[in-house]
Design a protein around this ligand. Structure first.
Ligand SMILES: Cc1ncc(COP(=O)(O)O)c(C=O)c1O
Length: 406
């Protein structure tokens, strides 16, 4: 036995390696009016942590609750850590590094969670995985499913960017567009598993999603020369990625490999700021999410309470940015960093930019900072409609070249 579950709200312990979703006690009263309760935390045994501590170099699989038997068929990471000097010159923070999770196989961070859920399914003899997604988790799960021969049933809001939906169709998933929001798709995917069986991979609902996502922190620890950064900027919707980032560093601390967590900074669009508002007010109330950054457009975050707790535990904070700042940040990343990222990812950069002066005061100009860029710009080019356009074609003549003024 490599792990047990602990309820992140009531602290009940479940000594089980069976598939569990929410704490049966705490989730009883979830009614959608406040952030749901009962998300489970996976606690690794001391044995697993001790083995990790004794290794000269650690890998994500040293901290996974399941043995990974298919990592060669669907490798996770190591993703590039880019210096982006032109951007750092602007911010005045010379030790900022950009973690490009857009370089994972399906083009987003979501491969990390999907891969581990696939291992969970295989370990339990399941062949079918259902989920709801704003697009990236679905594409990631569909890609892993194709590689490992699993059947994927994907509920997505019909408004999700076409490239993300097409990706999942191309990988051969059963794609079910829903006339409703992501939150509607979330509910339907749970109904699906109740009625048709299989594993549910919904973000945070299945605690293995957080365990998969924590691989980023193990990777960063090694990439930075076996240490944690001072701060990490994370784009946030449901609050599962940020919880994964925190959990990775918490496991590293438990293993005795780091002493202190980095400041974990929650980056949200002001048009989808449920977690940030909860962090500031202590009230766990849904918002009406309208942000153009589709991947972080969440009214009722599936992992909101745990996210707030981890931000506090890491002595972190929240930064909200306008959608306009997100699109400008996306353009700046592309034009001055050579980094193409989708709007949700660019939200982390927009928040970092907004925070640069205060972080210099708080942590100094030499602080080691990570901006987590979670998804590729290829996923959603339509976001630039009206802002950037392709130039008109020129005649195929030398005179036309003469007329160019650049
Ligand atoms: C590219 C990208 N960034 C950030 C997020 C936000 O992650 P979470 O919903 O776990 O907060 C998502 C979620 O779909 C995403 O796809």
């Amino acid at each position: 036995m490599r792990f047990r579950y602990i309820c992140s709200d009531c602290g009940r312990v479940y000594e089980s390696n069976e598939i569990m979703y929410l704490c049966p006690e705490c989730s009883k009263d979830n009614d959608g009016k406040t952030f749901s309760k009962g998300n489970l935390i996976v606690e690794l045994t001391d044995d697993v942590l001790k083995r990790a501590r004794e290794k000269e170099h650690v890998k994500a699989e040293d901290f996974y609750p399941y043995e990974t038997k298919h990592s060669k068929e669907f490798p996770i990471g190591i993703t590039p850590l880019v210096e982006a000097r032109r951007l750092n010159k602007k911010s005045g923070l010379k030790n900022t590094l950009y973690k490009l999770d857009s370089q994972l196989i399906s083009g987003s961070f979501k491969d990390r969670a999907s891969y581990l859920v696939a291992e969970q399914a295989i370990a339990h003899g399941e062949k079918k995985i259902a989920l709801a997604s704003t697009g990236n988790a679905g594409a990631a799960m569909s890609a892993v499913g194709a590689a490992l021969g699993l059947e994927i049933i994907l509920f997505v809001p019909e408004s999700a960017p076409i490239n993300k939906l097409m990706q999942s169709v191309l990988y051969g998933a059963h794609v079910v567009p829903v006339k409703g929001s992501y939150d509607d798709a979330f509910g339907l995917s749970i109904e699906y598993t109740k009625r048709h069986g299989g594993i549910n991979r919904n973000t945070a609902y299945n605690p293995m999603t957080i365990e998969g996502k924590k691989s980023i922190s193990i990777e960063l620890f090694e990439q930075l020369g076996r240490k944690a950064p001072d701060a990490i900027y994370v784009p946030v919707g449901d609050g599962c990625i940020i919880a994964g980032v925190a959990k990775g560093f918490i496991d590293l601390r438990k293993a005795g490999l780091i002493e202190k967590l980095p400041h974990i900074i929650c980056c949200q669009s002001r048009q989808s700021n449920a977690i940030s508002k909860a962090f500031e007010s202590g009230k766990y109330i849904p918002v009406k999410a309208t942000t153009r950054a589709d991947s972080i457009s969440v009214s009722l975050p599936a992992n909101g309470r745990m996210a707030v707790r981890y931000i506090k535990e890491s002595d972190g904070w929240c930064v909200e940015v306008e959608d306009e700042e997100i699109i400008d940040a996306e353009l700046e990343l592309a034009r001055e960093g050579g980094i193409l990222s989708e709007p949700a990812a660019a939200c982390a950069y927009a928040a970092y930019k907004k925070d640069a002066e205060s972080i210099k005061k708080k942590l100094g100009e030499d602080a080691s900072i990570i901006v987590l860029l979670t998804g590729s710009g290829f996923k959603d080019m339509a976001v630039f409609d009206g802002k950037v356009k392709l130039p008109d074609a020129i005649d195929a003549t030398a005179q036309a070249v003469d007329r160019l003024n650049f």
